[in-house]
Every structure is written in C-alpha cells, then in structure tokens.
Design a protein around this ligand. Structure first.
Ligand code: ADP
Ligand code: MG
Length: 701
C-alpha cells in the first residue's frame, strides 16, 4: 500500500462529494482518509435481534423493530411542528417522530412497506415513540453486508439532518477499507506487541470498525488506546529529559526590596495558608537553576492574583521583567486594574497592552520594554506579537490558560535566548492524577483554601413553575442595586435550537423587565466582537442590570456587584461549567445566589449534577463527581484546548492503560534514549512523524 494513501483528501473517497467533504470537515474534522479512519464508534449495538412493539420496556434502550407505517401527520407544538408517523407490527403500534428535516422525510416515507426502524424509544403520553429513527427498507436491510455488532459513530445535528446518517458512515468506512485494502502498517515495536499480546494495528483498526466479536472489540480498543497514550507519554517523557538536560532557567536568587516592601507594607490582607504554601513552591522553583514550568490551580476567588504579583516581584528583584497574559481584553484590563491598585505607592513600572492600545502608547511600551524601564507588562495575545520585545523577560504568567491556543505558549519562549519561567494559572480544578497525565511534566501547585469571610454562594434548584417568583426575586435584587446574569446553554449539536431558546428567553425578559426602568445586555458567540465588548462594558459599568448570555462569560470576569446567576436549562451543562458559571457571582460583600433552572424531569446524571451543585461549593469535590460521571471528555476544556485531542483513550477511565503506556514509554527511553536501536526503528519513525505534525510538543515547550 502506498504509505501516503492516508493523506488522500477525503473527496477522493467514493461516495464523498464536495458537499459531504465539507460537512465531514466542519463537523468531524475529517479531511483525509486517515482522519476518517480515526473516527471511532462511540459504542456498538447488537443488530441481530429484533423487538416486537409489545415487548418494549420503558427504559429507553436502543432497539430495532420491523413494521409498517400506517399514518403520517404533522403536529403543532410549543415550538414549531413535529412530524409523527404511526408505526405498527402485529403486536401493536408506536410513534416515529421527527423534529427536523420533516419535509424531506414526509416525501420519502413509504406507507404499507416493511421497514426496519432503529433507535432509542421514549415513553411519552402513554405511548412509545422513537425520535429520529434510523430507517431501512426490510429488503435492503436483509441484503446489506453487516456484522452482528454494529458500530454507532459520533454524530451531530448537522450531520444527521444533512444526510450523513450512521448508515452512511458505515458505508464510507467500508469504502475506505476497500480502497486502502486494510493494509495499515505496524506502529509499535515487536517487543511491545509480544510483551502485551497486542493485536496488530491492521487487525485492531478493522475490528474497531467491523467487529468480529465482543472479544475482538476489547482487544482492538486496548491496542489503539495503548498506542495513542504510549506516543503521548513518549513525547512528554522525552521532553522532560531534554529540558532537564539542556534548558537552564534564570536563577532568581534574591528575595529583595520589591518583594519585601510589598509583603511588609502593601499587602492589604494576611495571606492564606494556601497562598503562602504555593508561593514557597514557586520561590523554590525560581531560585533553582532549572526553568520553572508550573501550573497554579485555584478555585475562582482563591486569590491567585496576589500570588502572581508576588512572583513577578521576585523577578523584578533579580533584575528581570515579567508579563501576565489573559485570554480576553476585559480580563487583561481587570488584572491591570487590580495589580495597579495593589502596587500603589511602590516604584514599579507597569503597563497594559491589548489589541486596542493606541499606536502612540504602543511605541512608549515598546521603548520601555526595550530599555528595561517598563518592568511588568499585562496584556492579551497582543503581548505575543513579534514587535513586542523585552530586554530581559524572566517570568511569564498565563491566566486561564485553556483559552490559549497551542502555538501561542511556545511564542513566549522565543522572547528571550533563554526561556523565561512559566506559571500557568487556572481556575478549573483538576484532580491531581488527571493533571499529571494531561500536563506530563508541569509541576503543580494548588490553592485549596478561600480567603476568610467569604459568603458562600447560595445555590437553589427551581423549575418553570417557579418562574414568576424568580422574576420577582430578580426585581427585588435589582431594586437593591444588584446585577443579574442569565445564562443559556449552547452546544454545537443543537446550535440552531439553542439560539432560538436564547433569543426567546431574552425577549421574554425584555417584556417583563421593560425599558426605561431596566436595561438588558445580551452577549453571544454570533455577535461581532466589538458588539460583544460594547454590551459587556455596559454591564461592567452598571448601565445594564441584566446580562443574558451564552457561556461566553464563563472565563474569569469579575463584577463584584453581580449577585445572582440564573442558569437556564441547567441540566444541560456539565458540572465544571456550572461551577465556573457560579464563580462569576459571590465576589462582592453581598449574599449571592445561583439559581439552577431545569425541566421537571431529569435524568439520573442530571439529578446528580444539580444536587452536587446545591450541596457543595468546593471545586475539587465537584471535579471528582464530574470525573466519575462522565470522565474527562470535556473536563476543564481539554477538548477546546486541543491539548489532548484523544481519539479513543479516556484519560480517567483508561487509567490502567495509561499507566501501562507510561511504563513502556519510560522503559523504552531508559534503554534507548535516542530511539536508535534496531528494535525501535518503527517507534523512531512514528515518533518523528508525530513530532513533525503535533502541536503537543509546541504546547508544552
Ligand atoms: P482568583 O483566584 O479567582 O483570581 P483573585 O485573586 O481575583 O481570585 O482574588 C479574589 C478576591 O479575594 C480579590 O478581591 C482579592 O483581593 C481577595 N483576596 C485574595 N487573597 C486574599 C486573602 N488572603 N485575604 C483576603 N482577601 C483576599
Ligand atoms: Mg483571577
């Protein structure tokens, strides 16, 4: 097989035209044959057994049923219409329901013809129904090639409404295997394969898509997960080895005037024990010869800012400059303001640089950085521009790091001939074990204590029937001069409906809270960024009392006067997101509230999430529950950071595989640090390829 066939653009695959290629690209990031090969099924279902309608249970599982459509009609509902078909077999009847793509479906359904329908059943209005079933004519069903275990591929709203059903995915996969002849070269060494009795790569890939048995699915999964984690660990470990060997940092030997003066004369409050502890850890790093690469975790409000400042003062004491970067302009301004305030009366030069800094000011900043008179720079991505040159940057701090992209962090390193010390601050609690495997060799400090005297946010769970009371409560709070957030969920899979909910909610608030007594701001992802900033600023300045938003406000905005966080459809948010959102309130002296609005009926998981939120404010406890519930899939934005874009392994659930992979990666590098032995030929080759393509390396270095 031509080794490069996996790089073939996906449009070349039979069955994929430009339209499908574009969809696959935008929805699943599939651009090449190789990308498609790596779209792994979420799960498998047994397609050899069929249910009768009178055998259905009210525990919505996936089932397939043979029957006929006897009636099709359109039914109006609160939002729009739905298409409903009566589907019957000899034992009874049920409903098939469509909320999208109704016209096309209505035109193409055949009545009095035998279908096999497949999907998840609901018990609704005393009847079974199946929303958006997968349908196949019985004839075709019987004649098509299939295995007992049918894969279910990841899908999105767009994919399914635009015709890329699971069936189509399976067909594309079959075509892919035909064209590539299922000849995928081995990527692990013979030693490892025999040591762990792994199936070959080709066998694993075939069985993950066309499983021959339950056992083969298990073996295929293990093999692919191992491989994925092995190469990540190989990168992390070898990078650590290189860093320890080659990269010297600037030793900050002095604890000098700036630090001591601040500590004795300007610190507005005693540090908490946790703040002292992490400062000690940071000082130990900075004082040693090696370059610091540290992750500072602390819940919202735990007081990371002052720790950041004191670390920067250490840099200044040793004759170095420092910078602090935030992911948005609003946050950068906030940091600038609070640091300037903390530094009142101290001889420290500090400046703010963002995209909107005027040209004249910009030149001053460049000059100040260049001649060393400017000591601390606070900013956004603007700090990373090539024109921004420090004379001696000794410490770079990144706040809320998961909003920063891969390439950006490595740019910081190039601001000097020697890399500055790096401190990454995040407000998202990550259980330690997870952090280790995610960040490999980053050292970790945790602020696990809030400053004294904080009033914990009071969290309650409410449903639609409480809405009038909720509005009255909002009115009362506004009367007392407080501000309110109302947040709506927005996920890619149901974007269109979510935007509709958001706008409906906004309009209903505008009706109940009319101008001129009330001003309502709205911020969402489809707005231009100037408009977003404008609306945000209105709220920051207190000109509007209510902020309606999607989760764009999640990241560290600090508005002490906002005391109520209403989260709509709270059951649709993940725990860490709920916790982040709640962290937006409770920053001032007033009692704050978080109100979780949900539907009446909740799934078990949703119930757990909501009750966890109601009974604890502890970010780490919440993170643990979150991990248990769903694994780290979207935990702490790993997905959006692209940091670990795992295709198949799951950092938490596959902890054992991870340990095995780490062990083998360590052993491999211990025995053969350059991967130059005969035995490691394959590994060396694959590793070099990954290095050429991967962002992971850049991210961490
Ligand atoms: P975060 O970790 O979310 O960035 P901040 O650094 O913004 O938290 O701190 C939140 C608030 O707590 C700020 O108003 C800050 O002045 C205050 N604060 C920080 N440390 C202490 C402390 N040790 N004692 C009292 N208040 C503190
Ligand atoms: Mg902060």
């Amino acid at each position: 097989m031509n080794a490069n066939i996996l790089h073939t653009p996906i449009t070349y695959l039979k069955g994929v035209g430009p339209g499908r290629a574009e969809l696959l690209g935008s929805e699943l990031a599939v651009h090449t044959y190789g990308d498609l090969l790596q779209v792994f099924p979420n799960r498998y279902i047994d397609r050899t057994s069929y249910y009768k309608i009178n055998e259905l249970k009210r525990t919505n599982a996936d089932v397939q049923i043979i029957g006929e459509i006897t009636d099709i009609r359109t039914v109006s509902q609160k939002r729009g219409k739905r298409l409903v078909a009566t589907f019957s077999d000899e034992t009874g009847s049920m409903e098939l329901v469509w909320f999208r793509g109704q016209k096309w479906i209505a035109n193409n359904l055949k009545s009095r013809t035998k279908y096999v329908v497949f999907g998840r059943t609901n018990w609704f209005n005393n009847r079974f129904s199946m929303p958006h079933p997968e349908m196949e004519l019985l004839d075709e069903h019987q004649s098509s090639l299939r295995t007992a275990m049918q894969p279910i591929y990841p899908s999105t709203e767009k994919l399914s409404t635009r015709g890329i059903s699971n069936r189509v995915m399976i067909n594309l996969m079959q075509q892919l295997f035909r064209e590539t002849n299922n000849s995928f070269p081995e990527t692990l060494s013979e030693n490892i394969i025999s040591d762990l009795s792994l199936v070959s790569r080709a066998e694993a890939l075939f069985n993950i898509h066309f499983p021959q048995s339950q056992e083969m699915i298990a073996r295929a999964k293990f093999r692919l997960k191992f491989e994925e984690l092995f190469y990540i660990q190989l990168q992390l470990i070898s990078k650590k080895l290189i860093r320890k060997k080659k990269i010297k940092g600037f030793p900050f030997e002095e604890v000098g005037e700036h630090f001591n003066d601040f500590y004795s004369n300007h610190l507005p409050f005693p540090l908490t024990g946790a703040q002292k502890k992490v400062l000690k850890e940071i000082r130990a790093d900075l004082g040693s010869n090696a370059q610091m690469n540290r992750l500072l975790q602390g819940d919202v409000g735990s007081g990371k800012t002052v720790v950041a400042l004191m670390s920067m003062l250490l840099a200044l004491d040793n004759g170095f400059q420092a910078c602090l970067m935030a992911p948005t302009e609003i946050l950068a301004i906030q940091h600038y303001n609070s640091l300037t305030e903390l530094l009142i009366g101290m001889p420290v030069e500090i400046a703010l640089l963002t995209g909107s800094t005027k040209k004249a000011r910009r030149s001053e900043i460049h000059a100040g950085l260049d001649d060393g008179s400017l000591q601390i720079l606070i900013g956004t991505h603007a700090v990373l521009e090539d024109k921004v040159q420090f004379t001696n940057l000794g410490l770079a701090i990144i706040d809320e790091q998961h909003r920063f992209g891969v390439a950006q962090r490595s740019k910081l390193w190039k601001k000097n001939e020697k890399p500055p010390h790096i401190l990454v601050m995040t407000a998202t609690p990550i259980p330690r074990t997870l952090a280790m495997s995610l960040y490999g060799d980053l050292d970790i400090s945790i602020i696990d204590e809030l400053p004294p005297g904080r009033k914990p946010v009071r969290t309650v769970h409410r449903t639609d029937s409480n809405r009038l009371k909720l509005f009255q409560f909002i009115r009362d709070e506004i009367k007392q001069g407080r501000q309110i957030y109302v947040v709506y969920p927005l996920i890619k899979e149901s974007e269109a409906l979510d935007y509709k909910d958001l706008m409906d909610g906004y309009e209903s608030l505008v009706r109940d809270f009319p101008m001129p007594d009330y001003q309502i701001s709205i911020v969402h992802g489809k707005m231009k960024s100037e408009d977003k900033d404008y609306e945000m600023q209105r709220f920051v300045k207190g000109q509007s009392q209510i902020m309606v938003a999607t989760t764009v406000i999640e990241v560290g905005v600090n508005i002490p006067n906002a005391s109520v966080m209403v989260i709509e459809s709270a059951e649709r948010f993940g725990l860490s997101q709920l916790h982040q959102l709640r962290g937006r309130v409770g920053r001032g002296a007033d009692q704050s509230y978080c109100i979780l609005m949900t539907a009446d009926q909740l799934s078990t998981d949703a119930q757990t999430r909501i009750s966890t939120m109601v009974h604890t404010n502890d970010g780490f406890e919440i993170a643990e529950v979150d991990l248990r519930l769903r694994g780290p899939g979207d935990l702490m934005g790993t997905q959006q950071s692209g940091l670990l874009n795992l295709k198949i392994a799951d950092i938490v659930k596959d902890n054992d595989v991870l340990k095995t992979a780490r062990y083998y990666a360590l052993q491999t590098l211990k025995k053969d640090p350059e991967l130059s032995s005969e035995e490691n030929t394959v590994i060396r080759k694959i590793y070099a390829e990954i290095m050429r393509e991967s962002g992971l390396w850049n991210y961490i270095s």
